[in-house]
Design a protein around this ligand. Structure first.
Ligand code: UDP
Length: 331
């Protein structure tokens, strides 16, 4: 039996595939390579190139392979892009989930672990955020993922497809062996951008806003290491295969770091000055997002290994400093 990783060529998906392979699991990857990289896919995984909105493509995989569960990362995830191109997000993310669930129903695949997001909570009423808190997204990305969660809920009721939605907070870091890492084109995420400045690939960091309602005025986020995140997915598959009910879990460290604190930590890790300036706010950014993730720890038995943001940045720095051009020469 194999696990299908949809979006297994992307940043988080490729770390998931590596983690599964290292646990001795057979893995099939489906990815359209729109944002992912062929070289990020672990060579022990079987790769199908195509789009999850393409029903024939999914049928081919489910007909050819003995898939026991799907882990679904095949979605767009850039908050500011979703503000300017909302329909792109509803098409690929929300629409893609319809086709995937229909194919799962018809091929009798009963388990799905889904990349959801803290962005489904919108502007939280209190911190840290609990899974039972209201979900009122303030950007199309968050809404596209909330709709996907709700679709899975009803697909469970109607067809018995059991799901775990993992609501990620801010994912960072890279495989500690330095073989794979984060390479988006264009890059929008804070940690890789800071490290590109440290590398001299950018002149300076723009910190988007310093007048938020936070201790130093810059946004506060909760950073989780990508390999810890991958481990949580493996636990979620086991949870479903043990016959448990569908569920949702936050994945965060329960500790918030401001954008200024992240910059300072990166200066310490890299030893580089990393010039920075304050720039206007970026649309769609809530003040703070910090997870209560005791549910994942208690119910799934999740035990994240990286509890210091310096260690997370250090693994990312290992990848960036050894792969200055990412996976190819595009930069
Ligand atoms: N950010 C920033 N400068 C950048 C990129 C990001 O100040 O060049 C901020 C962004 O406004 C947010 C935080 O860093 O407050 C994390 O943003 P990111 O895009 O990494 O993740 P998101 O929270 O959107 O998932």
């Amino acid at each position: 039996m194999a696990i299908l990783v949809a979006g297994g060529a992307g940043y988080i998906g490729s770390h998931m595939v590596k983690d599964l392979v290292e646990h001795g699991q057979d893995v099939v990857v489906a990815d359209n390579l729109s944002t992912g990289h062929r070289d990020a896919i672990n060579p022990k995984a079987k790769f199908y190139e195509g789009d999850i909105r393409d029903r024939k493509f999914l049928d081919k995989i489910f007909d050819n392979e003995n898939i026991e569960a799907v882990v679904h990362f095949a979605a767009f995830s850039i908050v500011p892009e979703s503000m300017s191109k909302p329909l792109k997000y509803f098409d690929n993310n929300t629409g893609g989930m319809i086709t995937l669930l229909e194919a799962m129903r018809d091929h009798n695949i009963k388990y799905i672990v889904f990349s959801s997001t803290a962005a489904t909570y919108g502007v939280p009423e209190h911190m840290p955020i609990k899974e039972t808190d209201p979900q009122n997204p303030i950007n199309p990305y968050g809404l596209s993922k909330l709709m996907m969660e709700k679709m899975m809920h009803w697909a469970d009721k109607a067809y018995g497809i059991k799901f775990v939605a993992l609501r990620y907070f801010n994912v960072a870091g890279a495989a500690p062996d330095g073989t794979i890492g984060e390479d988006h084109g264009p890059e929008t995420h804070l940690v890789p951008i800071i490290l590109q400045v440290a590398q001299g690939k950018r002149d300076e960091l723009s910190i988007f806003g310093d007048d938020y309602n936070t201790p130093d005025g810059t946004n506060v986020r909760d950073y989780v290491h990508v390999m810890d995140l991958a481990d949580a997915h493996i636990l979620a598959i086991k949870y479903l295969e043990a016959g448990n009910e569908s569920n949702a879990f936050n994945l965060g460290s329960s500790t918030g770091f401001s954008n200024k604190q992240m910059l300072e930590a990166a200066r310490e890790v890299t030893g580089e000055p990393i010039p920075a300036k304050i720039a206007p706010r970026r649309p769609g950014d809530p003040d703070s997002l910090v997870a209560a993730s005791d549910k994942a720890r208690n119910v799934l038995g999740w035990d994240p290994k990286y509890d210091d943001v310096h260690d997370i940045i250090a693994t990312a720095w290992k990848w960036h400093s050894t792969h200055p051009k990412g996976y190819d020469d595009r930069d």
